[in-house]
Design a protein around this ligand. Structure first.
Ligand code: 6PG
Length: 245
């Protein structure tokens, strides 16, 4: 199934979010049709909330098999669950509080532990969840920063070189605040059947070009690490982010 990434361009962020919600709903329905359940990784950043809100409303809400989804996070900031910077809090406010996903199928990073322990616990939890899903991450919703990072895989950082046994890793001194984070590794993300990169804004146009058209250099553009051998990658861009393609 692996091949060249698909690139879809929308006029602006709103249109991108509408297209991404539509695409995500279809993929989730398809995955559950095929396998009975799906493991889904969510991200932080500016695009997901507008996608989540659309998924909560008809007509998409009725198409998503909410009861058969299990949720993990592609990355999380090491802050309490109710902190404004918490990716879990944003997902809860814009998605989880409004749809019938059983709370026992929602697996946020245990940010109440110290960094190393939080990452270790998540690594084991993700391993167990992947095992329960035949080794497959059904859908990963990812963003990309203007520096080419995705999840919390930052240019030049040691998590880029994690061994194949590592599914989650601790990040200290993140260039994007807050400084402490837990991230899925590329090995975990590369178990995906479907990856949607949601990227908007002119400040990202250079790295979109590098990621899609540049030489393979994941130390400078970590998003290039996400190339699931048995999965399909779609870049959903707004016109500004696509301007240099
Ligand atoms: C995070 C992220 C991160 C995000 C990108 C894009 O929690 O910081 O998950 O990887 O997806 O930084 O974020 P923006 O859309 O806000 O630029």
């Amino acid at each position: 199934m692996a091949g060249e990434p698909e690139v879809l361009i929308s006029a602006d962020l709103e249109a991108l979010q509408a297209a991404a919600a539509e695409r995500a709903a279809g993929l989730l329905a398809g995955l559950v049709d095929e396998r009975g359940r799906a493991l889904v990784a969510l991200s932080g950043g500016s695009a997901p909330p507008g996608v989540f809100r659309r998924l909560c409303a008809e007509p998409l809400r009725g198409r998503v098999p909410w009861g058969q989804l299990s949720l993990i996070w592609a990355d999380e900031r090491l802050v309490p669950f109710d902190h404004p910077e918490s990716n879990y809090r944003v997902a809860r406010a814009t998605l989880l509080d409004h749809v019938p996903i059983p709370s026992e199928q929602v697996y946020p990073v245990a940010t109440y532990y110290a960094l190393a322990q939080a990452a270790e616990v998540y690594d084991r939890q993700v391993a167990a969840l992947l095992e329960a899903h035949a080794g497959r991450l059904g859908l990963a919703l990812l963003g990309m920063g203007p520096d080419g990072h995705t999840a919390s895989l930052f240019p030049g950082f040691p998590q880029l070189d994690a061994g194949p046994e590592a599914l989650a890793a601790a990040v200290a001194n993140s260039p994007k605040p807050p400084p402490e984070r837990v991230t899925l590794t590329a090995h975990a993300l590369n178990r995906a059947d479907h990856v949607l990169f949601l990227v908007a804004g002119a400040d990202k146009a250079g790295k979109v070009r590098a990621a899609l058209r540049g030489p393979y250099d994941p130390q400078s553009t970590p998003a290039q690490l996400v190339r699931p051998p048995q999965g399909h990658v779609t870049w959903m861009l707004d016109a500004a982010a696509a301007a240099e393609l």
